[in-house]
Design a protein around this ligand. Structure first.
Ligand code: PLP
Length: 387
């Protein structure tokens, strides 16, 4: 049953039939002269989505996490100092990866439900007069808490401190769903994955890399082989890949870019806002709280929702899956048991969101939550009717 229902986790997202068909390709010779005709326009298409003209787009066969590893290992050396704030599971994982790579991580601890602390970054960077901090790393959309951080504010903080550190941004659950302005925000490495906003199967990390980040490639001493930007760039400049490319995902990405362009990126972003706002109206009608602490932090791709005191959110998500065949996101890290998540990104319509809200309401009423059937759905319906 669950096979036929949409999923409401914040990635992997629902794959539209059109993209499933596009990924269904026979094997082809990736060294044939015509491979570049397919491949190179895909790289340019991604540039538009991430907002770069000056940077390069690199695709690696990997999930998003491998994209982070590529970003770190191509630009930094063991012992380099980096600055990261921890405000959720994914910013935490980035800290963990940097520590395991032997980097000296300065961690700013923030309450989960808040976002990147631009003011604190500015103070720390201003005090770093020797410019020991080599990179600032920010999770744009913290998928664990449903918090979207303001990357332009982080860039402003770095500029105010006149600090030359690189700016790395995890856009895994934001890129292709909400505006992302790599050049305008001065992002040096942006990381995305195929399975979220691009609506594809998992397996391709999508990176945007600035010329400034590329200028660190030769001096960076962290070991890398498979993820070496230099091999990838050399092969790309000849229209190819340094090893066997994930052909099905490249064809899928070509079609995904076409779909995003047909809808228009502005409309894609507006749709994500509308879908998210309907969910937020439902949450408010239930009398529940979002993990995101204030409206300026609300994510348009995922909402993390606290369940009332005395209820366990894992029982709710398990029940929704077992009885109704629908997956919602569980609470991650310190949110586990306390919050569930509704992913509202990728290939999704208002009608699908209403079905998800109706299902979670049934599950909640089954488990004696203090809500009535239709309470949140009606609020979302009202919002969708009028907007
Ligand atoms: N960063 C964020 C913000 C994410 O949401 C995720 C996955 O959900 C990741 C990184 C890790 O990406 P992947 O699971 O594709 O390795």
């Amino acid at each position: 049953m669950s096979q036929q229902n949409p999923i409401f986790i914040p990635g992997p997202t629902n794959i539209p039939d059109r993209l499933r068909r596009a990924m269904n390709v026979p094997s082809q010779d990736h060294r044939a002269p015509d491979f570049s005709d397919t491949f190179l326009p895909v790289l340019s298409g991604v540039k538009k989505v991430i907002g770069t003209q000056d940077g390069e787009v690199l695709l690696f066969t990997s999930s998003g996490t491998g994209g982070w590893e590529a970003a770190i290992s191509n630009t930094l050396s063991p012992g380099d100092k980096v600055l990261i704030a921890r405000y959720g599971m994914f910013s935490h994982r980035w800290i963990d990866m940097c520590q395991r790579h032997g980097l000296d991580v300065q961690v700013v601890e923030c309450p989960w439900g808040t976002g990147a602390p631009a003011d604190q970054f500015e103070a720390i960077l201003s005090a770093d007069t020797e410019h020991e901090i080599k990179a600032v790393m920010v999770t744009h959309n913290e998928t664990a808490t449903g918090v979207m951080s303001d990357i332009s504010a982080v860039r402003k903080a770095m500029d105010s401190a006149t600090h030359p550190a690189l700016l790395f941004v995890d856009g895994v659950s934001s890129i292709a769903s909400v505006p992302f302005e790599m050049d305008a925000w001065g992002v040096d490495v942006a990381v995305a994955g195929s399975q979220k906003g691009f609506m594809l199967a998992t397996g391709m990390a999508v990176l945007g890399v600035s010329q400034k980040a590329l200028s660190h490639m030769d001096e960076a001493k962290l070991p890398r082989t498979y993820f070496d930007f230099r091999d990838m760039l050399r092969a790309n400049s000849n229209g190819g890949f340094p090893y066997t490319p994930p052909l099905n995902l490249i064809y899928g990405l070509r079609e995904s870019l076409e779909m995003l362009s047909e809808e228009g990126l502005e409309n894609v972003y507006a749709r994500h806002y509308r879908l998210a706002e309907g969910v937020r109206q439902a949450v408010s009608a239930w009398g529940f709280k979002l993990c995101a602490q204030s409206p300026d932090l609300y994510s348009n791709t995922v909402s993390a929702i606290f369940v009332p005191e005395g209820f366990n959110s894992n029982e709710l998500t398990d029940h929704a899956f077992n009885k109704y065949g629908i997956s919602f996101g569980i609470g991650l890290g310190e949110m586990n048991g306390k919050a569930f998540r509704i992913g509202h990104l990728g290939s999704l319509t208002e009608v699908m969101v209403l079905a998800g809200l109706a299902t979670i309401e049934m599950a909640m009423v089954d488990l004696d939550y203090p809500i009535k059937l239709g309470q949140g759905v009606a609020a979302a319906q009202e919002y969708y009717r009028n907007n």
